[in-house]
Design a protein around this ligand. Sequence first.
Ligand code: PMP
Length: 397
Amino acid sequence: MIFSQVELAPADPILGLTDAFKADVREHKVNLGVGIYKDESGQTPILKSVKFAEEKLLATEKSKSYLGMEGVEAYNRAVQTLLFGAEHEVVSQSRALTAQAPGGTGSLRVAAEFLVRHTDSKKIWISNPTWANHNNIFSTAGLDIAEYGYYQAETHSLDFDAMLADLQSAQAGDLVLLHGCCHNPTGIDLNIAQWQQIADLCLANGLVPLFDFAYQGFGAGVEEDAQGLRIVANTVPELIVANSFSKNFGLYNERIGAVTVVGSNSEQTVNAFSQIKSTIRASYSNPPAHGALIVSTILEDAALKQLWHDELQEMRERIAEMRTLFVASLKSAGVSQDFEFISRQNGMFSFSGLNKDQVNRLKEEFAVYIVGSGRISVAGMTKTNMPVICAAIAKVL
Ligand code: PMP
């Protein structure tokens, strides 16, 4: 008997909340935990561009034969264009190779497994705070974790001095996890000058950036949101990107993302990529096709691509509208505390500053579910649920 020794796993801090939400019978309940975009009617619709691409695929797909370990070639090319732009030198110099992988999570895990097994990099620096699953993914893969300061709670702003000071103490070969845009959970990103400073520090001290790019297009726009990544790619010889299309294509359950390795020359890139593929072979052999074919079908067709850009803009603008409305509605609900900082945050989340007790009261007394860190998914707010949410927050403050 071996299972008698197994202890019950603790509930996941984010997905466990969804389970509790589902079990809640109160009709006015609101789930602002997990980062899923909802439209004004509270639904998570399939994008029209995705539906059109699927129709096209249904009519033209000829085989369900295996893909290669690296997935759909046209998809991998399209990913590089989104990440680096059409003309970037890491692409033209053949220094970047991309493998399709299952979502942002799968991409991060493939990257971490590769780094642990095939390089001397054993330590990764992650921001404090960060997405709850980072710690989980990297420690499970066998990386040591160190934290760099990122957020100053009193001013609700970036603590760039702490970030620099902590990363100054990193050793050559250490990895630095950077959120490409829309930092999760704080919604606070580096500006252009700060990106360049981090890139220079990585170059000077031999640190290797690992980008987690899960929200391209949810900040200022598809190109604008890639600026940090491109600045770093212009500066350092080596980096890895793990990107996801869960949010910006609404392809959450298709599990579609990619891991891109950039090396200092094409030969080293080919070698590193061969081990990315061997990591994939030992994990799931080769990826599922559907999500990648949807994305490449959209990005290779000018009209579908434009439609996707429009739909992404609509999502981005609705979230921005909810952010402004949230700040105003808190005021109208009688909250005297200044929540203006929420309007300066980027992406799907608002880092509210609510403490664990307040978060717990929101759930227990008002059926409003947010993550324990005080992270609220603004993308789940609507004009209809806003008054309920703000009245509840006013009561727990
Ligand atoms: N990184 C960050 C920062 C995220 O917020 C998420 C999703 N919540 C992911 C990665 C993982 O994305 P996916 O669902 O595609 O695995």
